[in-house]
Design a protein around this ligand. Structure first.
Ligand SMILES: Cc1cc2nc3c(=O)[nH]c(=O)nc-3n(C[C@H](O)[C@H](O)[C@H](O)COP(=O)(O)OP(=O)(O)OC[C@H]3O[C@@H](n4cnc5c(N)ncnc54)[C@H](O)[C@@H]3O)c2cc1C
Length: 425
């Protein structure tokens, strides 16, 4: 191979897109991946179905990233949802839109997405080397000069750091990029788990392991004050709580924990006002006065949860409905709309869907993804301090930033004009 112009480090979603795009723009590209396979994490996404992106309009899309979302406007204005679906469509991956604007391949198969990206690499002549962990970025005079891989130095003009986050380390994403970027002077916003199950204090929670609640409203309270809310499904596990609503609130929970107690308040009957629920209970208790309270509640709630509710109230499970006093009914009513779970912490980052924190985005030019500190160094994907809710936002960010980083790296390496005819660089 003639001299490499662009080295892309990491063959995940963002790295494959960056390498393919840099090569498409005319650069000689080498993609270095430390595992023996392309797109390990991508294959797991969306439970193997790959939620590629989301049809939400741009400003709302960006809002799903929280405070650092604005940084992504540059990448999204270059390559956004329509571009991504067209990209895959042209490569035989037809897509379909599901609930909440979530876009999936019609095949429901994440491997098809990896296959399309692999084709993009091949067609554009990207050289891929597996089992090639990059150990150092070689920088001199403020510019990238090369990378050290498997104890050998390899020179290049530009490098794209696409090493991902630190979650699901068996996919190869072990957080190497944070160290590599730190060594060349970048500030790393402390990494922490996001989209992560939460650990609960109460023993009854673990006893409900495997139980899913649907159509519940979950409010996150920090030091007793509500700070976020979500509606939908949640799941009890042996250690605590998980499921879409909990994952959605988890980043805020993790960030709030150091400052004081964090609690979830679960409204099991959010469609009813307090008065409506009380009337409903009154009717049920009167109509079924001889039945055990627990059995009456089981007509309103999943049976296992009904048992837990009676236990939390400290009532005997055999108590007949007709003997429930007005004050007991009020307590029951309050509990059904404000069931509290005390959060002790989060599960480890290895179990998180994404990593919050990473390379400080203030040190990256959003128009090119180039480092503001080291010329010829580009970033894309989760290694940067960006993370979003579930719904396809994280992958779109990986693909958009990868596309822009690849194109910018090719320009920087001087290959762009030759192939695209664009001499604006
Ligand atoms: C279970 C699960 C399900 C998910 N589902 C979805 C979903 O449906 N939709 C969505 O939008 N997001 C989803 N995500 C998040 C999404 O997968 C990530 O945000 C995205 O893959 C990040 O892409 P990336 O290219 O930055 O990193 P990664 O995909 O993690 O790729 C990084 C690559 O770099 C390689 N690497 C690391 N260090 C080195 C090194 N030193 N040298 C060489 N190579 C290296 C790794 O081996 C890896 O291949 C999910 C995540 C998980 C864990």
């Amino acid at each position: 191979m003639t001299a490499v112009q662009v080295v892309v480090i990491g063959a995940g979603a963002s790295g494959m897109m960056a390498a393919g795009r840099a090569a498409e723009c005319g650069a000689r590209v080498l993609l270095l991946e430390k595992t023996p396979r392309l797109g390990n994490k991508l294959r797991l996404t969306g439970k193997g179905r790959c939620n590629l992106t989301n049809e939400t309009e741009l400003s709302e899309f960006v809002a799903h990233f929280g405070a650092t979302g604005r940084f992504l406007y540059g990448a999204f204005s270059r390559f956004f949802v329509k571009d991504l679906t067209a990209f895959f469509d042209q490569r035989g991956v037809l897509t379909t839109v599901e609930r909440g604007g979530r876009v999936f391949p019609r095949s429901n198969d994440a491997r098809q997405v990896v296959g399309a990206l692999e084709g993009y690499l091949t067609v554009n002549g990207v050289i891929v080397r597996f089992r090639s962990p990059v150990e150092r970025l070689l920088v001199a005079d403020g510019r990238v000069q090369g990378v050290r891989v498997s104890a050998r130095d390899l020179s290049c003009t530009a490098a794209v750091l696409a090493t991902g986050g630190a979650s699901y380390p068996r996919t190869g994403s072990t957080g190497d990029g944070y160290r590599l970027a730190d060594e060349v002077g970048h500030h790393i916003v402390p990494i922490r788990p996001a989209l992560v199950p939460l650990v609960a204090e109460e023993g009854w929670v673990g006893q409900l392991q495997g139980l899913t609640l649907r159509n519940v409203q979950v409010t996150l309270l920090a030091r007793g004050r509500p700070i976020a809310q979500d509606f939908g499904e949640m799941l009890f596990t042996h250690f605590g709580v998980s499921g879409p609503t909990v994952l959605a609130l988890s980043r805020r929970a993790v960030d709030a924990l150091p400052a004081g107690p964090v609690t979830l308040s679960i409204n099991l009957k959010p469609a009813l006002t307090c008065e409506e629920l009380d009337r409903r209970l009154q009717q049920e208790l009167a109509a079924q006065g001889r039945r055990r309270l627990q059995n009456i509640l089981a007509s309103l709630l999943p049976a296992r949860l009904a048992g837990a509710i009676v236990a939390i109230l400290g009532m005997p499970p055999s108590k007949p409905g007709g003997q429930v006093s007005a004050s007991e009914r009020k307590r029951l009513c309050a509990l059904l709309q404000d069931l509290r779970v005390t959060i002790q912490g989060a599960r480890p980052i290895a179990e998180a869907i994404v990593t919050a924190g990473g390379v400080d985005t203030t040190e990256i030019d959003p128009r090119s993804m180039e480092s503001r500190l080291v010329r010829g160094l580009f970033f894309c994907g989760e290694v940067m301090d960006i993370d979003a809710d579930t719904g396809g936002y994280n992958l779109q960010a990986a693909f958009s930033s990868g596309y822009l980083a690849g194109e910018s790296a090719a320009r920087y390496a001087g290959a762009y004009e030759r192939n695209t005819g664009d001499s604006s660089f």
